[in-house]
Write a new protein. Structure first.
Ligand SMILES: [Zn+2]
Length: 286
């Protein structure tokens, strides 16, 4: 009995010191709303909300399989999977995985979902190295331990590159600053009434407290934010959504149990106001 215990302890110790790179230490969630469950719903056309209360995850369905954008925290996987099922779709039909940014609150469950679904993971090329090292090279959350399980992307994407599945075509918009490869997705969906231009945007929020020029691990940060803030002002769309529900006030627009009503997400004014706020924050830190 004792001997078995010693062997087990020795084995654990060995595993621990022999592979520090494999250690995942997920940072503490900023808000308890990040893990709170939320019922899935149809946003517009073949676009569905499948995320947690605040960590937005989107499912785009097609006849040839589905696209999942963002995966929340490591423990969000079961929520996302049950949300997809509740909507009547199969988790195993997810063929493409995307993310708006390589931070632990959006790619926490990515490696595990990739393994489970065998889907192809595609990422903005500038976030590829951070994805591969589990965020250890990130300017903010980086360090000795990975913030999320490392992910090996299948395809690297450049600005304006098209992601196709079935009859869907998504255009990637490179929106760096929050991470080196933060990005947004622009695409058209239809319902039986009309078609909508949808923008799933990674808002250029700033998580560093001091001046951007002091972030030595990301020297282009300030010019990247300036580029992104300018580029975002020029985008045309009908519906906008973001990486966190709080960023586009989802819970003011949609209450759980509400019926299908894409009109509530048509909100250019809210988008422009949110960008103006971020522009101010950028101005004080640049
Ligand atoms: Zn982030």
């Amino acid at each position: 009995m004792m001997k078995k215990l010693y062997v087990a302890i020795a084995l654990l110790f060995l595993l621990n010191i022999s592979s520090p790179a494999q250690q995942v230490k997920e940072p503490k969630a900023f808000s308890e709303e990040w893990s709170k469950p939320y019922p899935p719903f149809r946003i517009v056309g073949n676009l569905y909300y499948v995320g947690t209360y605040d960590l937005a995850c989107y499912l785009i369905t097609t006849q040839q399989g589905h696209i999942l954008i963002n995966t929340g925290l490591a423990n969000s996987e079961s929520q996302i999977e049950s949300n997809v099922k509740k909507l009547g779709f199969r988790f195993s039909d997810i063929k493409i995985l995307l993310t708006t940014q390589a931070h632990f609150d959006h790619v926490g469950a990515m490696a595990s979902i990739k393994k489970k679904t065998q889907a192809k993971m595609m990422v903005d090329e500038k976030d590829a190295s951070t994805l591969k090292d589990g965020g250890r090279s990130d300017y903010f959350f980086g360090g000795d331990a990975s913030a999320f399980e490392p992910i090996e992307p299948d395809r690297l994407l450049k600005d304006r590159e098209i992601i196709s599945l079935g009859d869907m075509q998504l255009t990637l918009l490179h929106h760096p600053g929050h991470t080196k490869g933060s990005c947004s997705f622009l695409f058209i969906v239809k319902d039986d009434q009309k078609s909508y231009q949808v923008l799933i945007v990674n808002m250029p929020s700033i998580i560093v407290d001091g001046k951007l020029s002091e972030v030595t691990k990301y020297p282009e940060m300030s010019s990247d934010y300036a580029y992104t803030l300018k580029a975002m002002k020029g985008i045309s769309f009908d519906v906008w959504l973001a990486s966190h529900t709080s960023q586009f006030n989802m819970h003011l627009k949609h209450k759980s149990g509400d019926g299908y009503n894409p009109k509530v997400f048509i909100d250019r004014k809210g988008y422009d106001q949110a960008l103006a706020e971020l522009q101010k924050d950028y101005h004080s830190k640049k």
